[in-house]
Design a protein around this ligand. Structure first.
Ligand SMILES: Cc1ncc(COP(=O)(O)O)c(C=O)c1O
Length: 377
C-alpha cells in the first residue's frame, strides 16, 4: 500500500552528534556486545529508577521474558495483565505457558487500578500481576503492590514507556518486585532495540543476568538461558542521551499541554491527570466521542494524513488481538474501557523535534477533521 509522505511524524528518534560520537568510539573499540557501555547504562538506570540493580537486555520484550522467567512463571502460573496495552506482557506470559487473564483499565486514567484488579485476584490464584504505565503515565503501582501482597501475587511493572515519569515522587520502575523498560526508537531514550529489568532483589537480578547470557554465570553454564544480550552500540547511544532526558521530557510535556489547552473545547477525551503523577510525555492520545465511533476515529486519522500529519490508533484491546482473544476467550463485555480505547483512541505526533508551527498544524487539522466528521453525522 502506498503511504503518504508525512510532513509531521508521529515520533522521530533523535540522534545528536554526541550519540554519533559515542557510537563511533564503540565501533573503534571492537567490543560490540555486553561491555562497558551497557554496564554504565545499567548503573545510571538503577539510579534513575530508584533500584539497587538494573540489567540491560536486547529489548523490552526480552526484559519481560527474562523477568517473568526469573519469577518462575511457566505452566501452572496465572498472570494478570491490563486488557488495553501493547500486548507484549500478555504474549510473553502466554509464550512461557502461563494462563493469561485480562483486567479492564480505568475509564479516566486508562491504567490498571486496584478496583479493576481486585475481582481477578478474588476469582483465582494469581502468581503475577503486570500493570503497564500507559503512554508514560505511571499506574498506581504502590496501591497495586499492597493489593498483590495481600493476595500473595508478585508485581512486575511494565514501565516500557515511562522512563523519567514519577508517581508520589517515586520514579517509574521503582515499585513492585521488578520493572522493565524498553529503549525501542519510539521511546524517550533509544538503544535502537534494547530493554532493561530493574529490581531491588539481588537473586532476581542475578537470575536475569544469567538467563540473558544463555544460562552462563561467571562459574560457567549453570542453567538454560537465551541470548538476550545488549548491544554496545545501542547502549552507547542510550547512555549519551540520558544527560538530556530531563530537557527532552520538558519539551514533550510542553507540547502535550499545548495540545490539551487548544483541543479542550472539542469533544475529545484525554488521559486524566492524577494528583501525584508526573507523566513523561511519551505519547499524546485522545479518544474521540462515542458518536464518532471507530469509523470517525479512522476518518480523523485519514484527515490528518491528508494534511501530512502522521497519527495512528492508540493501541489494542486484548479482545481484538486474535491470538489472545481466541486462546483466552477474552470476554469483551467485561472490558468496556479497553474496548472504547481500542475503537476510539488515536495518538498524535509528540516528540522533541516538533516546532510550534508543527503543533499548531496538528491542532488545526484535528479541529477541522472533527468538524468535518461531526457535519457528516
Ligand atoms: C508497554 C510496552 N511494553 C513492552 C514493550 C516491548 O518493548 P520492545 O519493543 O523493546 O520489545 C513495548 C514496546 O513498545 C511497550 O510499549
Amino acid at each position: 500500500m502506498h503511504k503518504p509522505p508525512f510532513r509531521i511524524r508521529l515520533v522521530t528518534p533523535i540522534i545528536h552528534a554526541a550519540e554519533r560520537r559515542a557510537i563511533a568510539r564503540v565501533l573503534d573499540s571492537g567490543h560490540l556486545v555486553a561491555g562497558a557501555q551497557a554496564a554504565s547504562f545499567e548503573q545510571a538506570l538503577a539510579q534513575l529508577s530508584g533500584r539497587r540493580f538494573a540489567v540491560a537486555l536486547s529489548s523490552g520484550t526480552a526484559a519481560l521474558l527474562a523477568g517473568m522467567r526469573a519469577m518462575n512463571i511457566g505452566p501452572g502460573s496465572t498472570v494478570v495483565v491490563p486488557a488495553f496495552a501493547f500486548p507484549a506482557a500478555a504474549m510473553v506470559a502466554d509464550f512461557l505457558g502461563a494462563t493469561v487473564r485480562f483486567c479492564d483499565v480505568d475509564a479516566h486514567t486508562w491504567n490498571m487500578t486496584p478496583q479493576t484488579l481486585r475481582p481477578l485476584l478474588a476469582a483465582e490464584d494469581v502468581d503475577l500481576v503486570v500493570p503497564v504505565d500507559l503512554f508514560g503515565h505511571p499506574a498506581p503501582a504502590g496501591a497495586l503492590a499492597s493489593l498483590c501482597q495481600k493476595w500473595g501475587a508478585r508485581l512486575l511493572v511494565d514501565a516500557a514507556c515511562s522512563l523519567g515519569a514519577t508517581r508520589d515522587q517515586r520514579p517509574a520502575g521503582s515499585f513492585g518486585d521488578g520493572a522493565i523498560f524498553s529503549f525501542h526508537p519510539r521511546k524517550v531514550v533509544t538503544a535502537f532495540e534494547g530493554g532493561a529489568f530493574v529490581t531491588d532483589c539481588e537473586t532476581l537480578a542475578a537470575t536475569v543476568r544469567t538467563f540473558r547470557n544463555l544460562g552462563q554465570s561467571p562459574e560457567g553454564f549453570v542453567t538454560v538461558g537465551l541470548n538476550l544480550r545488549p548491544s554496545e552500540i545501542g547502549f552507547a547511544c542510550a547512555l549519551a542521551q540520558l544527560p538530556h532526558l530531563v530537557e527532552r521530557l520538558r519539551v514533550r510535556c510542553q507540547w502535550a499541554r499545548e495540545y490539551r489547552r487548544a483541543l479542550q473545547s472539542l469533544p475529545l477525551t484525554f488521559q486524566a491527570d492524577e494528583p501525584g503523577v508526573v507523566a513523561n510525555g511519551q505519547s499524546l492520545v485522545v479518544c474521540v466521542p462515542e458518536s464518532f465511533g471507530a469509523s470517525g476515529r479512522d476518518a480523523l486519522i485519514t484527515h490528518l494524513a491528508t494534511d501530512g500529519v502522521e497519527a495512528c490508533i492508540a493501541g489494542w484491546s486484548a479482545s481484538r488481538v486474535p491470538p489472545l482473544r481466541t486462546r483466552w476467550r477474552v470476554d469483551e463485555p467485561h472490558l468496556p474501557n479497553a474496548l472504547a480505547l481500542h475503537q476510539r483512541g488515536l495518538a498524535l505526533p509528540l516528540h522533541e523535534n516538533l516546532s510550534r508551527v508543527d503543533v499548531q498544524t496538528v491542532i488545526h487539522s484535528v479541529r477541522e477533521g472533527c468538524q468535518k466528521i461531526e457535519l457528516q453525522r
